[in-house]
Design a binder for this molecule. Structure first.
Ligand SMILES: [Zn+2]
Length: 292
């Protein structure tokens, strides 16, 4: 076991490829290349990023040269300012979301008023968007190791990317898929998400590291897809059936309880279903912020 910040566990998935799991909080990835390190997600506030940097230093003296933001959300990307010498990489849409002042301030308000240990620090974060962005695909080579960065469509946000290591058959999924956990849906695009999950499954990774929760198997990735598909289909059918939002939310939740009731965050399903209902009734390009 590699020593790391209290509350975190570092797991070596392949030679030089690590998952840094943070119990109840946000995970990160660490990939050690020939002459530099790539970090996946910079975490919620600068002090969390500094802990992550300290843990990287326990693994290797090599400098952190790249940070990949799996998406724009504060708990994944608001440590970016602690990496001034690294190139911050993300999706075009993630950059746009991090430059959206209203969206950033909405997240800041939530983080700053949550009464959590990081609340005060969240007030002063200098949100630092990716400086290197792409649309559908980008390859990075750390020595002989290939990292394929992919975007398969909107899902948990408009700019979720996946880090695929084809040789090692590993995948970092950000918040699009968890092993046994309900993702935050009210910044998402529920209909698109089902298609994005379908393309994600085509990669057939042996294991995946999510932004939250444990390392998952390919079967857990299928479950994550099924969860979103069942939510989307259930809401769609409720609309066709003429149900109002409250009825749809309650019935979809009950229908999902048998298979998914034991998942982390299941108590959020009803609100998620009601958000999905509003989204499916709205214009296709309605912003999530208009639907909350
Ligand atoms: Zn997220």
């Amino acid at each position: 076991m590699v020593e790391s910040t209290p509350g975190t566990t570092i797991v070596e998935l392949a030679d030089g490829v690590f998952a840094r799991l943070h119990e109840g909080l946000t995970n990160a990835g660490i990939i050690v290349g020939d002459d530099g390190v790539l970090v996946i997600d910079s975490l919620r506030v600068p002090s969390f990023a500094r802990d992550l940097i300290a843990d990287v230093k326990r693994l290797t003296p090599k400098p952190i040269r790249w940070v990949v933001d799996t998406h724009s959300h504060w708990d994944h990307a608001w440590g970016n300012e602690e990496f001034p010498d690294a190139t911050i990489i993300g999706h075009d849409n993630a950059r746009a979301e991090m430059l959206d002042v209203d969206l950033v301030e909405w997240w800041r308000e939530r983080a700053a008023t949550s009464g959590m240990p990081w609340s005060d620090e969240a007030k002063t974060v200098q949100v630092t968007p990716p400086s290197l962005t792409f649309d559908e695909s980008m390859r990075l080579f750390l020595g002989n190791r290939e990292l394929h960065l992919r975007w398969f469509g909107r899902a948990h946000t408009s700019g979720d990317i996946f880090i695929h290591l084809p040789e090692e058959n590993l995948l970092f999924t950000g918040d699009v898929a968890q092993d046994g956990g309900v993702p935050f849906i009210q910044d998402g695009y529920v209909r698109d998400w089902v298609g994005t999950d379908g393309r994600l499954l085509e990669l057939e990774p042996e294991r995946f590291v999510s932004g939250h929760g444990p390392i998952g198997s390919f079967d857990a990735l299928i479950d994550a897809r099924d969860f979103i598909a069942m939510l989307a289909m259930g809401v769609q059918n409720a609309i066709v059936d003429g149900q109002d939002e409250a009825t749809a939310g309650a019935r979809v939740t009950e229908a999902m309880r048998e298979r998914f009731g034991g998942w982390r965050g299941f108590e959020r399903v009803e609100d998620s279903a009601r958000y999905a209902y509003r989204q499916m009734k709205a214009a296709p390009d309605a912003k999530p912020s208009d639907l909350r």
